[in-house]
Each structure stands twice: as C-alpha cells, then as structure tokens.
Design a protein around this ligand. Structure first.
Ligand SMILES: NC(=O)c1ccc[n+]([C@@H]2O[C@H](COP(=O)([O-])OP(=O)(O)OC[C@H]3O[C@@H](n4cnc5c(N)ncnc54)[C@H](OP(=O)(O)O)[C@@H]3O)[C@@H](O)[C@H]2O)c1
Length: 278
C-alpha cells in the first residue's frame, strides 16, 4: 500500500493518512490496531486519556512491522499541564506503551481558562530536547493560542489536530495553518459515522467515482492538505479508508463538499475557546 508522505516544519516526515484509536482498548483494540498496521497504516493516534497507550504498545509488539517504521502520537491531558506534571506525564505515557520515544506528542486541549498551556508547551519543547519525543504539536488550538506559543517560546507546533469533516470545514483555521507552516490533522474525519456518512450530495460524487462516501470524504481531507486519522475496528473498513490514493476529486467536487459546512457543525459543540478537558 503506497501512502504519500509530507514533511512537517521540524523535518519529521509523516504519512498523509493515519489511524485513530479512540475506544480501541484491551484485546479487541490490540487486534484492531495490529490489523490496521498489517493493512498499511503507519501513523497511529492515541492519547493518555484514551487509556489505551498500553493497547497501542502491545499492538506494536505483536506486529511484524519494525517500530522505526511506525509513527506513534500521544497527547498530554489538561490536568497535567503544569510544567513538572507534564514532564512526568510524558514519561508515564512512554511507560504505559513500553516505548522509548513518541514520534509525536500533542497538547490535547488548550484549556484557556486555566492559562497554563504555555508551560505545558515548554515541557514538550524540553522533552523533545531530551529525546523523548521527535516532533511536538497541539490539538484544538485557535490562532490566538498558537500565536502566544510562538511569541513566548519561539516554537510553533509542527501540527494542530482539530475537528474537521464536511459539516465543519475549518476554512479560516486551515488558512492560518498554511500561512504559518503548521500541518492540519483532522480528528473525527468521518464525523464519527454521523449523518455525513449518509449525505446524498457526497453519495452522488462517490457514485461518479465508484468509491464509497467514506473514501470521498477522506480524499477530500487529503486534497485540502489535512492528514486524516479515521478510526475503525473493522478490517474491511480500515482497508477501504486507506484506499484513496488512486482517484482524485475535481475542483468543483471539492467546493461542493466544502460548501456542506454549517456555522457550528461541531459534532458536540466543543469550541476550544470555551470547552475544557482534563
Ligand atoms: N484531539 C482530539 O481532541 C480528538 C477528538 C476526537 C478524536 N480524536 C482522534 O481522531 C480519531 C478519529 O476520530 P473518531 O474516532 O472520533 O471518528 P471517525 O474516525 O470520524 O469515525 C469513527 C466511526 O466511523 C466508523 N467508520 C469508520 N470507517 C467507516 C467506513 N468506511 N464506513 C462506515 N463507517 C465507518 C467507525 O465504526 P467501526 O469502528 O465500527 O468500523 C466509527 O464508528 C479518534 O479515534 C482519535 O484518535 C482526537
């Protein structure tokens, strides 16, 4: 399976599609993640708060793919944003997965009311210097948060993982990312299997290309310049979701899908200016 790659602003090369693992825990999770690796996924997305870094680590151990060919992402929870706690949490994340390093480590939410995401960021900068992480990024940051990181530490994240799907296309934030060389990564790229997977407009485009709605949506992410990380516990869907590099959407098809966006098309109204997660 050939997957195109992209190089982040700090030089790390990553695949243009990855695998989400939220809700993949225990033995069922290990089997699903091992299957995804066998099918060809190399970028695996976990988080401290998914309570499955151990599951990901076990899948890596059982897989025949060498560790150095995989790119593993985890995330720092809000409750560990104070600098000293962040350093310990990163170490704990590694112990849970039984890994020596993460390829990517992200701040999970900015939690702006707490106002300590800059010291969490400093911990990630230092952990990178110590060799615990190869590339550092964030999730759910707004331009004002990203600008503050840059101003106070001089380091912009390599990526910002944000909610992005056809009902919430994040046009303004993607533009900001492009202008500042921060890679966009899409969470819930299939809208967590909500109404978007039944959308008639996307369905017509899918029929034209003899592809599924999921494949058209994931191709749309790729052509927007965003890395998507679809999750599936089903091997046939895992294969379907990664088989998107043998067709392309026209400019007008891209526009048609982008126009499905809604003023607040967030799945659960999780606006990072207000919503906090610990
Ligand atoms: N940073 C953050 O704040 C944040 C927030 C949310 C998620 N994430 C990350 O993003 C990843 C992806 O997001 P997500 O898991 O919320 O949602 P998603 O990937 O958009 O959707 C997953 C759902 O879609 C179904 N599905 C997958 N492929 C399908 C296909 N080809 N046809 C029909 N249904 C399909 C899956 O079912 P089956 O599993 O039954 O196949 C599952 O119910 C997460 O797993 C997590 O790693 C990050």
């Amino acid at each position: 399976m050939h997957i195109p790659v992209t190089t982040l602003n700090d030089g790390l090369t990553v695949p243009e599609i990855g695998f989400g693992t939220y809700k993949l825990n225990g033995n069922v999770g290990v089997n699903a993640i091992t299957s995804a690796i066998d099918i060809g996924y190399r970028l695996i997305d976990t988080a401290y708060n998914y309570e499955n870094e151990g599951t990901v680590g076990e899948a890596i151990r059982r897989s025949t793919t060498p560790r150095e060919q995989l790119l593993i992402t985890s995330k720092l929870p809000g409750r560990y944003q104070p600098y000293d706690k962040a350093v310990i949490a990163i170490q704990e994340s590694l112990y849970r997965a039984n890994l020596d390093y993460y390829d990517l480590y992200l701040i999970h939410w900015p939690n702006p009311q707490q106002d300590i995401y800059v010291e969490a960021w400093q911990a990630l900068i230092d952990a990178k210097k110590w060799g615990l992480i190869r590339s550092i990024g964030v999730c759910n940051f707004l331009p004002e948060h990203l600008e503050r990181l840059d101003k106070e530490t001089g380091v912009l994240p390599s990526m910002n993982q944000i909610e992005l799907h056809p009902f919430f296309n994040q046009e303004a934030l993607r533009k900001w990312h492009e202008e500042h060389n921060v890679k966009t990564e899409s969470w819930s790229p299939l809208g967590r299997a909500s109404a978007v997977l039944q959308n008639d407009t996307i369905g017509e485009i899918a029929d034209q290309h003899q592809k599924t709605i999921s494949q058209v949506i994931l191709r749309w992410h790729y052509q927007l310049g965003a890395i998507s990380i679809p999750k599936s516990s089903t091997p046939s869907r895992q294969l379907e979701n990664i088989s998107i590099f043998d067709f392309s959407l026209s400019e007008s098809e891209m526009t048609t899908i982008s126009k499905l966006t809604l003023p607040d098309g967030r799945l659960k109204g999780q606006d990072p200016a207000i919503y906090e997660e610990f």
